[in-house]
Design a protein around this ligand. Structure first.
Ligand SMILES: NC(=O)c1ccc[n+]([C@@H]2O[C@H](COP(=O)([O-])OP(=O)(O)OC[C@H]3O[C@@H](n4cnc5c(N)ncnc54)[C@H](OP(=O)(O)O)[C@@H]3O)[C@@H](O)[C@H]2O)c1
Length: 262
């Protein structure tokens, strides 16, 4: 099936590691020009982009930006446009989690706002830049895909109100923006993963295999599909949402939890 992704330019925020790496790989496999955004670890991001270019019929470049900062988002887009001429697809994947459990009674405003700025304001900044770019080209047919979470619609473990707020905000923003910009030919959708293998889990698997095996068994027992998601599961869903075949999806927030929300 021809999805119409080949030759399109996609920015994947936080695209060199974890879920983002799976998204970048899926677009690379479809022949897209892939802008792998990263915040830290330049050698890893450059090597990853190089690997994509060598292994697939694509061009990939690593571009640094902290997407929670206005000037850096503007610079990310202008560098991507200078390199590839335009941006057709934006995947807002960058996000942080907090491994500490901090109850509201103990949480400072600064701590709370840091999470919301990193996970939610970043999505606003990147989407605003993308919408302005598309309008400046006077062109229809762009796609924005936002990485949400099971936490967009439910609580997680205690002490995570700031994270849950940021992800619930991502979902409200996705639906509201979709309704606003469909008239410009910009398709905005989201994907809600449950548990996806990322850098943290991969490290735990390497360093504490027994503990990880126990944890994994519990998660898998709770999951109707019986496994956790791989970054590529997210990648292929992003590709589908960026394709011309799913053009009627507007503001859809796809449940990709393997049945955990049923
Ligand atoms: N893994 C899961 O089970 C799961 C479940 C539901 C939702 N999610 C969502 O999926 C997305 C990706 O998470 P992940 O699990 O793949 O985490 P990850 O392995 O920690 O990767 C996140 C990537 O995003 C980057 N990033 C974070 N904030 C950034 C910023 N302000 N600017 C630029 N890059 C930034 C990180 O860069 P640094 O290396 O510099 O920190 C890192 O490369 C997040 O939005 C997360 O909320 C994950």
């Amino acid at each position: 099936m021809e999805l119409g992704i080949g030759g399109k330019t996609v920015i994947v925020t936080g695209g060199s590691k974890g879920i983002g790496s799976g998204i970048s790989k899926a677009f690379a496999a479809e022949g897209a020009n892939v802008v792998v955004n990263y915040r830290s670890d330049e050698p890893q991001a450059r090597a990853f982009a190089e690997e994509l270019t060598q292994n697939h019929r694509c061009k990939a470049v690593a571009l640094r930006a902290d997407v929670s900062l206005e000037e850096e988002v503007a610079s990310l887009f202008s560098q991507a446009i200078a390199r590839f001429g335009a941006v057709d697809v934006l995947v807002n994947n960058a996000g942080m989690v907090d491994f500490n459990a901090v109850e509201v009674k103990d949480m400072s405003l600064e701590y709370y706002e840091r999470m919301v700025r990193n996970n939610t304001s970043s999505m606003f900044l990147c989407c605003r830049e993308m919408v302005r770019h598309v309008l400046s080209r006077g062109f229809s047919g762009a796609h924005i895909i936002n990485v949400l979470s099971k936490a967009s619609v439910s609580s997680t473990s205690p002490g995570q109100t700031h994270y849950v707020t940021s992800k619930a905000g991502n979902m409200g923003f996705t639906k509201s923006l979709a309704a606003e910009v469909t008239k410009y030919g910009i398709h905005v959708n989201g994907i809600m993963p449950g548990f996806v293998r990322n850098q943290t889990q991969a490290k735990k698997e390497r360093e504490q295999p027994k503990e990880w095996a126990k944890e994994l068994a519990v998660i898998e027992r709770r999951s109707p599909i019986g496994r956790i998601a791989e970054p590529e599961d997210m990648g292929w869903m992003c590709v589908m949402l960026a394709s011309k075949k799913t053009a009627f999806a507007i503001g859809a927030c796809i449940d990709l939890t393997g049945g955990r929300l049923l």
